[in-house]
Ligand binder design. Structure first.
Ligand SMILES: Nc1nc2c(ncn2[C@@H]2O[C@H](COP(=O)(O)OP(=O)(O)OP(=O)(O)O)[C@@H](O)[C@H]2O)c(=O)[nH]1
Ligand SMILES: [Mg+2]
Length: 460
């Protein structure tokens, strides 16, 4: 599992959101506080944490969930989207002949990643060569040589040569027929001028297609500033984050990529040469948040499109008599696009009759406003209230009114409207002519009610 601690706490928060009966400002504030604690504890940069939770609170209070989506799921989706923007782009790795230079501090996983990269490209049918340009750590030469054998890659190194630039020059020349040439450079225990200078010189002679910074996920807050300096002085094209498998906090590395605006090419998830994955931000985040089985939640729901199946379902629900507030909400969500009311009205036969005054545009706007108010009110209802509106008594009405910031009168008129609608539906229940007409019109996307006349005596 990747980043166990962070993942575990995120999943707890998501469960908590799902469990709350309804999502109001109080719940959102609590979620935001939880998140701040979790993200800071994971070493995510404090500025990023504050920005993320502020956006989350703003979006969760101001934006409305798309048609058919529960407020709870919507908040999780916002969280997902905001974390995703923190992670940035997907891997940019290309399967083609190239030179890759690996850079980074001591022990971050450069040499191991060189081997993993070699194995990755070999599997894609490329010939691969590894060049040992770490002249600082005594065992570096042998470590890379051994890894090369393990992954069946060509190897070049010169134990006696102390100038990494010379090693690179000769190595690239010797391995010129190899598709992918990977250079393992040396680290230091801190980002010294000496290291930066060395990498600059290596980069000059190698002209790599990719310069990848290797960052250990267990590195704390200093990862960000160090990565930034490395990029400014040397110039990097992407990042490999290693040791994602451990109990490390990971936030330092994640903050670094957010601050750098550079893609993560791969993540390392273990010591073995196979523990290496192409980075895909969405997949990674779904795993971290445990959203694997909530695919539909993650799909960006475009403007509510009404499919024939949905139409069928809506109509059946309407006609079944089991119609509740949630269904009414859904129908309104679907059919209350701005301007739709006006269109519907204009197509009424009476609107076309001679002598009928043009219908007041303001009336449509009023109707649309009314729907907006009702939706706000319904957002403050619990699941039970939406599903069994019968339970809504005076006490509940005043709670809903407080929660939604609307006068009690609004809650009462919504209930009146609902009861009226239910009564009407009951009356036309069993009128198959009506059902057929409604279906045809919903399907055709033509909401004109000209055919209303056919209804007379249409019952069978
Ligand atoms: N668990 C785990 N360990 C890793 C991973 N990547 C590297 N390591 C381990 O981290 C240690 C350091 O890895 P190296 O590849 O030698 O790191 P380096 O950056 O080359 O280090 P220097 O050459 O000293 O600068 C080794 O014990 C690796 O096995 C990973 O993704 N997960
Ligand atoms: Mg090394």
């Amino acid at each position: 599992m990747v980043l166990e601690a962070l993942s575990g706490s995120l999943k707890d928060t998501i469960r908590k959101i799902g469990k709350s009966a309804y999502v109001d400002r109080e719940v959102i504030a609590e979620v935001s506080k939880d998140l701040q604690r979790i993200l800071l504890k994971s070493d995510i940069n404090v500025k990023l944490v504050v920005a993320l939770t502020n956006t989350l609170v703003k979006r969760a209070t101001e934006e409305k969930p798309p048609a058919g989506m529960l407020q709870q799921d919507f908040v999780v989706r916002i969280l997902y989207e905001e974390l995703l923007s923190l992670l940035g782009e997907d891997s940019k790795i290309q399967i083609r002949p190239q030179k890759i230079l690996l850079v980074g501090l001591y022990g971050q996983g450069k040499t191991t990643s060189a081997g993993k990269l070699a194995k990755f490209f070999a599997r894609k049918g490329m010939s691969v060569g590894l060049i040992a340009a770490d002249v600082h750590r005594p065992a570096a030469f042998h470590q890379l040589q051994q890894i090369s054998r393990q992954v069946n890659a060509e190897f070049y190194g010169d134990e006696k040569e102390k100038n990494p630039v010379k090693i690179c020059k000769t190595g690239l020349e010797k391995l010129r027929d190899i598709n992918v040439r990977i250079i393992d450079s040396s680290g230091r225990d801190s980002l010294s001028d000496d290291l930066l200078e060395e990498i600059k010189r290596i980069k000059n002679v190698v002209s790599p297609d990719e310069t990848l910074l290797v960052i250990d996920a267990t590195m704390g807050q200093q990862a960000g500033p160090q990565a930034k300096t490395m990029d400014e002085v040397v110039g990097i094209s992407g990042v490999i984050i290693t040791k994602m498998d451990g109990t490390g906090k990971g936030g330092g590395a994640l903050s670094a990529i957010s601050i750098l605006h550079k893609p993560v090419f791969f993540i390392g998830t273990g010591e073995h040469m196979d523990d290496f994955e192409i980075f895909n931000a969405k997949r990674f985040l779904s795993r971290l948040m445990g959203l694997g089985d909530l695919e539909s939640l993650l799909e960006v729901v475009q403007e509510a499109e009404i499919t024939p199946e949905e139409t069928e379902k809506s109509i059946n629900k309407l006609m079944s008599g089991k119609f509740n507030l949630k269904d009414m909400y859904e129908v309104w969500e679907k059919f209350s696009k701005p301007g739709l009311m006006g269109k519907l009205f204009q197509s009424l036969p009476m609107a076309k009759m001679p002598g009928v005054k043009k219908i007041d545009e303001g009336a449509f706007e009023n109707a649309e406003n009314k729907l907006r108010v009702y939706r706000t009110v319904m957002d403050s209802m619990t699941f039970q209230e939406l599903e069994e509106p019968e339970v809504i008594n005076a006490q509940r009405i005043s709670r809903i009114a407080r929660g939604s910031g609307r006068p009690e009168q609004d809650v009462r008129s919504l209930m009146k409207e609902f009861k009226g609608m239910k009564k009407n539906l009951k009356e036309i229940q069993g009128n198959r002519g009506f059902k057929k007409m409604l279906k045809a019109q919903m399907k055709s996307g033509n909401f004109g009610l000209e055919n209303m006349d056919n209804l007379t005596g249409g019952s069978d």
